[in-house]
Design a binder for this molecule. Structure first.
Ligand code: PLP
Length: 435
């Protein structure tokens, strides 16, 4: 039905559209769908593509890296070869890399946790001794980031996202408050908007003048080499930029191979100034004698170099691209011109961000769920799980097979049209009452 804007439909046409969408909804309901577009997980094909990683180390003699037997204790901060490999990806120095365990989220949680228990390098006291800790959360953003700082009792402050990254006028103003101790950032292909921070935004971050001298710029570069469309987009080394701007200890950069090799069984990286690492290392040494160096070595051997990783990412792109194209094609076909939703057209990362009309996202989420289509919960992309306009939905196209994805997206669109038509009919009815 209509490719006309919903707002321009007559009351009768709106009712006809509602009935047509309701019929399609009933048909879909009868299909007992069980489809999942909720989390950004690589598909089986992507995991299978990396199977050789499992067999690169088979003999004891292969388990030696720079003279070090990787099967034994030692090297808390990771294998030198792994530091070199990931420094090449991030553009920082190997000495600024700390290679952790299987997931970057653990390193982020750990850093915040240590800020509370021990303080960061430039803290006067641990954050747990402070009356209030505030944390900036660019939104829409990554729910798990927000939850980390929420779990430590921080007050979360929403900063709107723009096409160039977080609203920097607002960030620069907010950091004048000494209780504001940090900000979550995903600088390339942000989750969920797919925004690549502009050069200007990045420079403003590097030159930030926070009142808190232990302000933590949590720079989660989770999607730094994850383009699925177009050429590789280079990004600047945030550590150098912060150093040059006189803020050498402000930034902590994170990355992992979760969406390069195996999520949950990859290698995580934290890059920070050597001074910061000197501060953190002894605290971490109480917690662990070392992380999984065998896995670090597997990754080093499997890829060989940063170019090897980038070539591998092009193979991921070939699997991911058609999935994003499918979602966007169905959105355009089902919602284009209706004026009831808008969505992003990312070139990398793992998500499409969709905005419904205000006050509709939760209802769409519930309707989709009742059809058997799982989405990330409405509201999740905002601090405290509360989207003030109740309109943002995060779509994760990577996991389902193409045909399932087309079905799930089609079903989601019917839910959006159903809820929107209902709102429209109610508005029209109210309008005629007023007349
Ligand atoms: N950071 C961002 C922005 C993410 O979107 C995700 C996963 O979706 C992660 C981190 C999780 O990374 P890891 O598996 O390394 O903990």
């Amino acid at each position: 039905m209509p490719k006309t804007a919903y707002a321009a439909l007559s009351k009768e046409d709106a009712k006809r559209e509602f009935d047509a969408v309701s019929a399609r909804y009933a048909e879909l309901k009868a299909k007992n769908l069980k489809l999942d577009m909720s989390r950004g997980k690589p598909s089986k094909a992507q995991l299978d593509m990396t199977s050789d990683l499992l067999t690169v180390l088979s003999e004891p003699e292969q388990c030696v890296s720079d003279g070090l037997d990787v099967r034994n204790y030692g090297e808390l901060a990771g294998l030198p070869a792994a530091k070199k490999l990931f420094a090449e990806i991030l553009g920082c120095k190997p000495e600024e890399c700390f290679i952790g365990g299987n997931a970057s989220l653990t390193l982020m949680y750990d850093l915040i946790s240590k800020a509370f228990t021990h303080g960061l390098k430039n803290s006067d006291k641990p954050w747990c001794k402070l009356d209030k800790v505030k944390f900036l959360c660019p939104a829409p953003g990554y729910d798990r980031h927000f939850r980390i700082t929420e779990s430590f009792g921080c007050e979360l402050i929403t900063v709107p996202m723009t096409a160039e990254g977080p609203d920097m006028d607002m960030v620069e103003e907010l950091v004048k408050d000494p209780a504001v101790k940090g900000i979550w950032c995903v600088p390339k292909y942000s989750n969920p908007d797919g925004v690549v921070y502009s050069e200007k935004t990045i420079s403003r971050f590097a030159h930030l003048k926070p009142a808190a001298k232990d302000f933590a710029l949590m720079w989660d570069n989770a999607y730094c080499i994850h383009e699925f469309e177009g050429d590789y987009v280079p990004f600047p080394d945030i550590l150098s930029l912060c150093r040059e701007a006189g803020n050498p200890d402000m930034v902590y950069e994170f990355a992992s191979t979760s969406k390069i090799t195996f999520p949950g069984s990859g290698v995580a990286i934290m890059a920070a100034s050597e001074n910061n690492l000197r501060h953190i290392r002894p605290i971490l040494a109480t917690q662990t004698i070392g992380f999984d160096k065998i896995n670090q070595m597997r990754h080093v051997k499997y890829f060989g170099s940063a170019d090897g990783i980038r070539a591998h990412m092009r193979r991921h792109a070939d699997i991911l691209r058609p999935k994003f194209e499918t979602v966007l094609r169905v959105f355009e076909r089902e919602l284009g011109g209706c004026g009831i939703a808008e969505w992003t057209h990312p070139r990398g990362g793992y998500f499409v961000s969709l905005n419904t009309m205000d006050d509709c996202a939760r209802r769409v989420y519930r309707m989709a769920k009742s059809l058997g289509v799982a989405l990330t919960e409405a509201g999740a992309t905002f601090p405290y799980g509360c989207d003030p306009r109740d309109r943002n939905l995060r779509i994760a196209p990577s996991y389902p097979e193409l045909d399932e994805l087309a079905t799930a997206t089609h079903a989601l669109c019917q839910c959006i049209r159903h809820v929107s038509a209902e709102v429209l009919i109610r508005e029209k009815a109210l309008g005629s009452l007023r007349e």
